[in-house]
Write a protein that binds this ligand. Structure first.
Ligand code: SF4
Length: 262
């Protein structure tokens, strides 16, 4: 049997704690906070609580991703109001969900996307992709929203790196790649409305090259438009990596990170 946990099973357990049915069956999600920020040239962000992976370099592990019982529940309407208010006040053209894993609350996410339809703002979904890779119909539902951009964040460049970084069963790396394929098949333009981000701090260059070949098999544009991610050595991230025995080959000190990335 493969070592590690099953992220689909973990998603069910996390969902039980971070998602609830409110009045009228509206799906509410736990959030940690709403904020503005300079990523993407300026974006309003809702950080959701709870994730179905346990990455050993996660910046939000204490506040959002590895915890499940903190934060506050929000309806899609309330999340819309708060994101819209930040975007209008600061003149942003984009909003996003980040922090934990937004796809765990499917009904909430789809309703929030619907609320932003026709409002003139782009909606960036930052996801590990596992749930979208496991279910083509999820990709089809997401592809209905023309204002949506999906950033699938790959945890390493192959099955072995994925396992050592997340402790999940190695084979679920394929679900991350499958998410990209499902979204491209559903009609999202590769390299524009769906693209891969890759955590490269722990990867030898040759593994990265092999990943590019796998991405090119899905679509050449995916291999050309990769968002390269590296660990930023915040003290709480260093502490998590120490506990997990992870040593990055390349990482940045917080002071070395350009201001637009913070
Ligand atoms: S998938 Fe993202 S949010 Fe979840 S543990 Fe990994 S880095 Fe953190």
């Amino acid at each position: 049997m493969e070592p590690g946990y099953d992220p689909l099973e973990l998603a069910k357990r996390v969902r039980a704690l971070v998602v609830r049915q409110g009045p009228g069956g509206v799906e509410e999600r736990r959030y940690y906070r709403f904020r503005g920020g300079r990523w993407y040239g300026g974006i309003a962000t809702g950080d959701v609580v709870g994730c179905n992976l346990r990455c050993g370099f996660c910046w939000s592990w204490r506040t959002a991703s590895h915890v499940m019982a903190r934060g506050f529940f929000c309806t899609p309407a309330e999340a819309f109001r708060r994101l819209m208010s930040i975007a209008l006040r600061r003149g942003y053209r984009l909003v996003r969900l980040s922090g934990g894993e937004p796809t765990i609350s499917r009904g909430h996410l789809l309703e929030l996307l619907e609320a932003f339809r026709g409002k003139g703002l782009g909606f960036v979904l930052e996801t590990n992709g596992i749930l979208v890779g496991a279910d083509r119909s999820y990709a089809s539902e997401l592809a209905e929203f023309k204002h949506l951009i999906v950033r699938v964040s790959l945890k390493g460049t192959n099955e072995q790196e994925f396992h050592s970084l997340t402790l999940a069963k190695p084979d679920f790396f394929r679900y991350q790649l499958k998410a990209l394929k499902n979204l491209v098949d559903a009609g999202l333009e590769p390299g524009e409305r769906v693209y891969a981000a890759v955590m490269l701090s722990f990867s030898p260059p040759e593994n990265y090259e092999q990943l590019k070949e796998r991405l090119a098999e899905i679509s050449p544009e995916l291999a050309e438009e990769i968002d390269e991610e590296y660990v930023i050595l915040y003290p709480h991230v260093v502490e998590l990596m120490r506990r997990r025995g992870l040593r990055p080959r390349l990482a940045f000190k917080p002071n070395d990170v350009p201001k637009f990335m913070i």
